[in-house]
Design a protein around this ligand. Structure first.
Ligand SMILES: [Zn+2]
Length: 207
């Protein structure tokens, strides 16, 4: 009579040997105790999807912040605007609090969140755990609500519509990069499962 109902058994497909089921970690395999066939696999590294989206976001962030966002042409004169132009313009006009807010929510917070997601997922491929990953994991959790690139883009679109009556507007490569960045960064954040990350950190020794 089986006195331990909690223990489940897995039958081997090759030799029908009954093996006790165990909880498998990432990339772990369970082998049959008699013939050595693979009878179970641990879940894939779910943090790898977060890493892929975060890496794409980092490249898009670089493009969005290096290339022109828009070009305005009014009466034969043209002016190129970068993402940072909004910040410097607000600062120059004395709205330094607003300038700081725009800088924080549309430039600094996205960089820290995207860079942080890469920092907490990349070492998991090598099975490494570092003390700074704990700090970074907490920082990402705190700052993700402050990454408001969609608010910035919405503001830009509204202003562009208003300005389009008096100026010709040419959209730059940074605008496209920024639009895609909003999608990839929200995908990176939504695939990032903090619980999986903290469990991973608890599974081994932290360097
Ligand atoms: Zn077997």
């Amino acid at each position: 009579m089986d006195t331990s109902p909690a223990t489940k058994a897995i039958a081997c497909h090759d030799c029908d040997q009954l093996n006790a089921a165990t909880v498998l970690k990432q990339n772990e395999k369970a082998l049959c105790s008699r013939c050595g066939s693979v009878i179970g696999r641990g879940g894939e590294n779910v943090l790898s999807r977060t890493f892929a989206f975060a890496l794409a976001s980092l490249i898009l962030l670089a493009v969005a912040n290096s290339f022109p966002f828009m070009e305005f042409k009014i009466a034969g004169r043209s002016q190129v605007a970068h993402i940072s132009t909004g910040v410097t313009q607000l600062f120059a006009e004395g709205y330094w609090e607003l300038a700081g807010m725009v800088f924080f929510t549309s430039i600094l917070a996205p960089i820290v969140v995207v860079g942080g997601l890469i920092g907490v997922t990349l070492p998991t491929f090598l099975g490494r755990r570092y003390r700074w990953m704990i700090l970074l994991g907490k920082l990402v959790g705190k700052l993700k609500v402050w990454s408001m690139m969609e608010v910035f883009l919405l503001g830009v679109i509204v202003s562009a519509i208003k300005l389009s009556a008096m100026a010709d507007i040419v959209y730059g490569p940074a605008m496209a990069a920024f639009g895609i960045l909003i999608l990839t960064s929200s995908a990176a954040l939504s695939t990032f499962n903090p619980q999986t990350f903290w469990e991973y950190m608890d599974e081994g020794e932290i360097a």
